[in-house]
Design a protein around this ligand. Sequence first.
Ligand SMILES: [Zn+2]
Length: 342
Amino acid sequence: MSDIRYDPIHDTHVIIAPERLHRPDCFMRESEVEETNEHCPFCEGNEALTPHEIFAIRDNDSVANEKGWQTRVVPNLYKALQIETPHQHHYGAFEYWKGFGAHEVIIDTPKHHTSMTQWSEKEVIFWLKTLSSRVADLRRDHRIAHISLFKNEGIEAGATQTHAHTQLIGLPIIPKMHRAYYQRSYEHYHHHGQALLAEKIANEEANGERIVAIEGDFTAYCPYASAYPFEVMISSKKALGQIDALSDKSMEVLAPLLLRTLKKLKDQLGYFDFNLSIATPPLQEGTVEQELLYTVNKACRFAIRIMPRLYKHAGFEVSTGIIINPVSPEFAAKLLREGNDE
Ligand SMILES: [Zn+2]
């Protein structure tokens, strides 16, 4: 039996169709694990192969653009947008923005880890601190209205570099789906006095069927209307809208939960390709209702979304925007919950 489920967070519908699931072993895939790669521009020792770093978490005695770092941020060599481009909006019959924006690559670890499942808790904490610092820094640039933070791991997820990395794209506009989401969140908070996502988490916890794990203020769950097989959301019940509001203490709770979730996914799927995104609320006045910006930490919730890319989207998905997901989130959560912890 399949369901057409409404997702009020993204205002989309998703079709959960377990009968389309192939044999479980179709998920399994092999992947090489290497410590270093002499030709990889992201490996420690190859700093000369990248543009100069914008930011890095470095050992005390190390020098910029040399060895001795935990994370490095560099401009994307193949950037979609450039910060040097004029911040210009052209109106008229053919409305456009010049290609202004930030496009940065966060090199997540000095080791040639090809999968986030190989990271240590410390590496996850350094990664969260780096993302938080970049968002806090770019927030000061009033030309940037929205920051997209995402990871592509594996070919099916769109990665072209195997070494673990994250991308940041800062836009002069707010993408329509994000604008609508934050507007909905704000209106929900305005009418119900509670964040939309916090209410969803409370409902999921009360139901229990789709919960993967709970640690402190953070909950990992497979959303009721999961668009991707084994999709997992990690979010906070606490009033915490943005990544640069995460305290060191919160990072210490979140890092092991994220790592545990990824390892549980790997136990079920083998090395799997996935996209990961981190929700970042709109940044500037004039792009959304001002009141939304004032209430962002109350109305919105920090969230990490893990989207395994096990199936390709085809004609139906492209033509309707409705995704067919062959794995029910109840089944996925049960496997992730019951799997071994180590
Ligand atoms: Zn590498």
